[in-house]
Design a protein around this ligand. Sequence first.
Ligand code: PMP
Ligand code: GLN
Length: 452
Amino acid sequence: MLARVSLLKTISRYRPSVFALDQVNHSHTQVNMDKFSLPERFLGTEKSVWVEYIQLALQHKPLNLGQGFPDFHAPENVTKALAAAATSDNPLLNQYTRGFGHPRLVNILGKLYSKILNRDLNPNTEILVTAGAYEALFASIQGHTGPGDEWIVIEPFFDCYEPMIRAAGGTPRFIALKPNKTSGNLTSGDWVLDNKELEGLFNEKTKGIIVNTPHNPTGKVFTQQELQMIADLAKKWNTLVISDEVYEWLVYKPYQHIRMATLPGMYERTITIGSAGKTFSVTGWKIGWAYGPANLLYNLQVVHQNTVYTCATTLEEAIAIGFEQEIARFGQPDCYFQSLANDLLPKRDFMASFLREVGMNPTVPEGGYFMIANWSALADKVQLSEEKDPYKDYKFTKWMTKNVGIQGIPPSAFYSSEHKHLGEENVRYCFIKRDENLQEAAEILRKWKARQ
Ligand code: PMP
Ligand code: GLN
């Protein structure tokens, strides 16, 4: 009690301006507060599924299959490279590095993507290192959006696309991927766009389209034909493509990742985004990049130089070393780009089988590390009325976190407000987890299913 009283006293001591105004004139206090409300361009973006669900996980300590991150160690070559960089004889490795990307990292990224794209990328003008793929998305959208510009967004979409477009003064236009069948086993390839509907969204105001392949949350790996259809429309209407390819190495056989920038005539209008967090299982490092033609990347550099300016040198050095080592064993089974996907495949199949066993209908992903599953057949086993959220998938995931001890993410978070109902019967689970944790997830669900 005493501690609380003295804490309150301390707080009041640190609020001098408000208290001073209170004594002088009450109306001033009111005006002052209004002045600090959220700027209009952020209104409607206050809610974040990550903020809410990470808090929920901390509170209830469920088996966490929500936010996407591996629960196992990152590969030793990169973590050791980080330790070595931090304790290196070279004192400059702990100081600021080049703003648009540490030279060693942009050089190796340039080498890698030049080989993959079969064109010579200039590492200084065609690659930008960013604070995670998030900042690459932010700089791309901020740097290429003016009032009245429209962006086409494919639903379900990684949730930050919409607020980023709105905060930049643009208007998102949505089109949903929909399963092309209503019963039987689904794969992410069954989730498709309606070509005519997509065509109808392009117009003179369209600045670009955001494509995410492999896709979060469905796991869809867009086919050559699907990408070509999008590319043809982008060329016809002279638009950009932001290609979010953070899961570029996580594709399951026999599917193959196709990069938008490799389609004829598309490099010139495509900004491709990658993430070291996904590539090396180090999501906490928050290093990403964008690559594309110098004239398009220039706008991103301008945004980056005045917001983040430069990213962590030691992390960039370690990631560069990781890339150098993986490129040396590229195509071999021990290359992390192949071995991680090989390790994830049985985890994916195990998750699909236990979700089916308990009565859910999963969509088996062709890529990425998420699986969505329709839970509607189990609706009588959850007390949705105990949760206050407006959307059924929020109610389901919250109830499951609190009462069953397993957390997933509500997919309606990945839809615009007018289409949220399309996600409501699904839940998203993450399967980049240790086998024992996936076994435990299966056990938790089996026991819940057996309860009367
Ligand atoms: N895009 C997609 C599709 C994602 O799933 C994520 C989540 N990590 C990001 C971008 C952001 O990546 P990062 O953690 O590198 O910022
Ligand atoms: N990309 C990860 C996911 O979809 C993490 C997102 C986040 O932390 N904001 O789960």
